[in-house]
Design a protein around this ligand. Structure first.
Ligand SMILES: NC(=O)c1ccc[n+]([C@@H]2O[C@H](COP(=O)([O-])OP(=O)(O)OC[C@H]3O[C@@H](n4cnc5c(N)ncnc54)[C@H](O)[C@@H]3O)[C@@H](O)[C@H]2O)c1
Length: 435
């Protein structure tokens, strides 16, 4: 395929060399004449293992060249890969000037091109950038998005230092698109790589790098805070973290990674507090650990604020225990929501097939007796009556029966804290807490 690569820095130089090595003809474009000259004399623009050899070899085959002339690059390629820099502006926002400048250049050039052109944004950009790029191109060229050109998101996951290895063995290949045909064509560039190719919504792909990198940063800081606590207690933190990482069921796994409601129960809040207090007693600052509880409280408050904002008085809860399949009410965040709403004068009714107050024992019973002794007044075994008698229905546990019951409910607000089922997502009366 004939490809142009805009920006010949880390990402662009590696893409240029590796795509050519896979048999494509690649034109590099950069505003920096030194980088253009380097590529045209068979030299890499960056220091990275293997990249000098790859650029040298591909220069000899004649499959790569570089230019400062964007029009030459657009007219002689069918796919353009955008790899220009997106540095931080002074206030932490991204500086998208380079990207927007490239968009305007491409729009200018597409005016004079009849063939369909695909743009793949490999730079790290904020969600919505592909749409802005498409608007600029439409305005500049007079052409129509997805009729004459497409803008796709194709984030790069390489790390400097292992850039070529990462190019050939990425964790995933991600393409965000509103045009499946263009996505399939772009995907064919990566067909030889071992990674799964995931084709998804544009904005999902665009936000992915931020989610990944923020999580990576969180891992480093969490690991450091655990390390600092361990060191203060003369515990070898590396032994701790090595064992932590061996738990692929709960620790290094998708488990718990479900945007939704707050955590609760008898263990997570207690042990989180315990470790935070231990760090405090050791005179250690552990802001990541200390702020987890705050984040959880915000999720509870967000739910209460939303329910209050609906301006209806009768609220039915489907589920009340801290998670499905249990009758444990200790530190159930749903209970906190209910307590607050009762205090504000809302009328509450609750269905939870697992909670039989008469059968509660031990600390679970003690918790209810102390916190909300009149709970029995609001609980019922009759799911239908909760649905019938409420203006707002709050789903706090995943029970299959709820899906069938709620599918045809139209006149009431459905507030889902657990993503009960995707079949409900398009209902106009449905609200997911964070999706
Ligand atoms: N470096 C990494 O490890 C890495 C990894 C993944 C993603 N990214 C992202 O990829 C993007 C590029 O990163 P990088 O490290 O390669 O940047 P870089 O600064 O090394 O290179 C960017 C290049 O773009 C060129 N450029 C600027 N305006 C141009 C224009 N109008 N036309 C053509 N070229 C132009 C610059 O001259 C420069 O050579 C950024 O968004 C970055 O966040 C970087």
């Amino acid at each position: 395929m004939n490809i142009s690569v805009f920006g010949l820095g880390y990402v662009g130089c590696v893409s240029l060399g590796c795509l050519a090595q896979n048999g494509h003809n690649v034109i590099g474009v950069d505003t920096n004449p030194i980088k253009v000259e380097q590529i045209n004399s068979g030299k890499a623009t960056i220091i990275e293992k293997d990249i000098d050899r790859i650029i040298g070899e591909q220069h000899l085959t004649g499959r790569i060249r570089a230019t400062m002339d964007f029009n030459d690059a657009i007219q002689n390629s069918e796919i353009s890969i955008i790899c220009v820099g997106t540095p931080s502006s002074g206030n932490g926002h991204l500086n998208l000037n380079y990207i927007m400048h490239v968009a305007s250049q491409i729009g200018e050039s597409l005016k004079g091109k009849d063939e369909f052109h695909i743009l793949a944004v490999r730079s790290t950009v904020m969600p919505g950038t592909a749409d802005k790029i498409a608007d600029i191109i439409e305005e500049q060229s007079g052409k129509k998005r997805n009729e004459h050109f497409s803008v796709l998101s194709n984030p790069e996951f390489l790390r400097e230092g292992t850039a070529v290895i990462d190019y050939y063995d990425p964790p995933i290949t991600l393409i965000g698109t509103d045009n499946n045909e263009a996505a399939q064509k772009l995907a064919s560039l990566y067909a030889e790589l071992p990674a799964e190719i995931i084709i998804t919504d544009l904005k999902v792909a665009e936000i992915m790098k931020y989610v990944n990198n923020t999580y990576h940063a969180l891992k480093v800081s969490f690991g450091n805070e655990i390390g600092n606590i361990c060191k203060s207690l003369s515990i070898d933190s590396h032994k701790v973290v090595d064992i932590f990482c061996k738990d692929k069921k709960l620790n290094i796994s998708p488990y718990y990674f479900k945007p939704g409601f707050a955590f609760g129960g008898s263990c997570l809040p207690k042990d989180l507090k315990g470790l935070g207090s231990l760090a405090h007693d050791l005179y250690l600052e552990t802001p990541v650990i200390q702020n987890i509880e705050k984040s959880n409280e915000i999720q509870i408050k967000r739910t209460i604020d939303y329910l209050v904002s609906l301006g209806k008085k009768r609220i039915g809860f489907l589920g009340i225990s801290f998670k499905e399949g249990t009758d444990d009410l200790r530190n159930s965040p749903a209970l906190t929501v209910i307590e607050t709403l009762l205090g504000k004068g809302f009328s509450i009714c609750i269905y939870d097939k697992n909670v039989r107050l008469a059968q509660l024992t031990g600390t679970n019973k003690q918790f209810i007796d102390e916190r909300i002794p009149h709970l029995a007044n609001y609980l019922t075994d009759d799911l239908e009556s909760v649905i019938e008698g409420s203006d707002i229905i709050v789903i706090t546990t995943k029970e299959k029966i709820f899906i069938e019951k709620l599918k045809y409910v139209e006149e009431k607000h459905l507030v889902d804290l657990v993503r009960l089922d995707d079949s409900l997502l398009n209902k106009s009366n449905y609200f997911g807490i964070n999706w």
